[in-house]
Write a protein that binds this ligand. Structure first.
Ligand code: GUN
Length: 297
């Protein structure tokens, strides 16, 4: 049976890392400026801790100035906003990321909107969302996960997606909605599906580009996929499996890889697909922000 091209996000991210590190070194040499990233985490969610550690390590590998603020789970919203204010005014910091989700007593919207749009490397500020939605993505910070997905889609299909049907499963602000804006800007015909969509499987089967971002392990199986489609799996789900009688945990996507790989034209694996590209887009946004700071000052 046919087998899809496996899109190697890890290898692509490693290539990008080299070029970002080179560009950061050049900026340091020409303007004595090191791109600076501040990552803030509130509480002890284990998955968030892993993500934040990866972001910090990757920033260091790119030669960035990298700081992490780890705040207690009961930190008040006021204290978090005070830290953001400090980082907004810190000349050494060009990107601020507050890891989500936040503890329930903190209003996520108040926090994401308090980060100055100039340092909003997550692309969550309304100004950046507005620019992206209005088709001015070159002038916006684009959310990292969809930006990384888009680069992988372009590698497979080129920059112009005219005539292609793109279906996104999931309507989140972090992935689904910005992904739709990017695909639309590239001339794809875009459908966003969600929990209320009727006959999801048959909608998915019309997709030349299928982006799964729902957070349900292995939901999309091979019979949901149009033969030859490009499948981007954004899901990172931890599932328990039994190996030789012992329980182990394993990461799996929203796509059932074993059946999907038989039908798709190209597919991202989990892990090693979207995840590494997401982190690299954060570095790319931080470098862009540092460059903007140089041209402003
Ligand atoms: N939590 C899960 N994904 C993200 C992301 O892209 N940015 C932030 N800040 N938190 C997240």
């Amino acid at each position: 049976m046919a087998s899809a091209v496996i899109i190697d996000g890890k290898a692509k991210a490693a290539e990008l890392s080299e070029s970002i590190a080179r560009d950061a070194a050049a900026l340091l040499a020409s303007d004595n400026l090191r791109p600076g990233l501040a990552v803030v985490i509130v509480g002890e969610d284990p998955a968030s801790q892993v993500y934040v550690r990866n972001k910090k390590r990757t920033a260091e590998n790119c030669g960035f100035h990298s700081v992490q603020h780890t705040l207690a789970p009961d930190t008040s919203q006021q204290d978090l906003l005070a830290l953001i204010d400090e980082l907004n005014n810190d000349k050494k910091i060009h990107g601020i990321l507050v890891q989500l989700p936040l503890p329930r007593h903190i209003d996520e919207l108040a926090v994401t909107q308090a980060i100055t749009p100039r340092k909003d490397v997550d692309g969550f500020h309304f100004l950046n969302i507005g620019k992206l939605t209005a088709g001015h993505s070159s002038d916006a910070f684009v959310p990292c996960t969809p930006a990384g997905c888009m680069l992988m889609i372009e590698d497979q299909l080129g920059k112009d997606l005219s005539g292609l049907n793109a279906v996104i499963i999931g309507r989140s602000n972090i992935v689904g909605k910005p992904m739709a804006s990017l695909l639309l800007q590239a001339n794809a015909t875009v459908t966003i599906c969600h929990s209320r969509t009727k006959d999801l499987k048959n909608v998915a089967r019309r997709a030349d580009i299928l982006v799964a971002a729902v957070g349900r392990a292995n939901m999309v199986s091979g019979d949901w996929i149009k033969p030859g489609a490009t499948v981007i799996d954004v899901g990172i789900n931890r599932v328990e499996i039994e190996v030789d009688g012992t329980k182990k945990s394993r990461l799996t996507g929203d796509v059932d890889f074993a059946s999907a790989v038989q039908v798709a034209g190209a597919i991202t694996p989990v892990p090693g697909g979207v995840g590494p590209m997401t982190i690299m887009m954060l570095m790319s946004n931080t470098l862009a922000s540092a460059r903007q700071a140089v041209s402003r000052d």
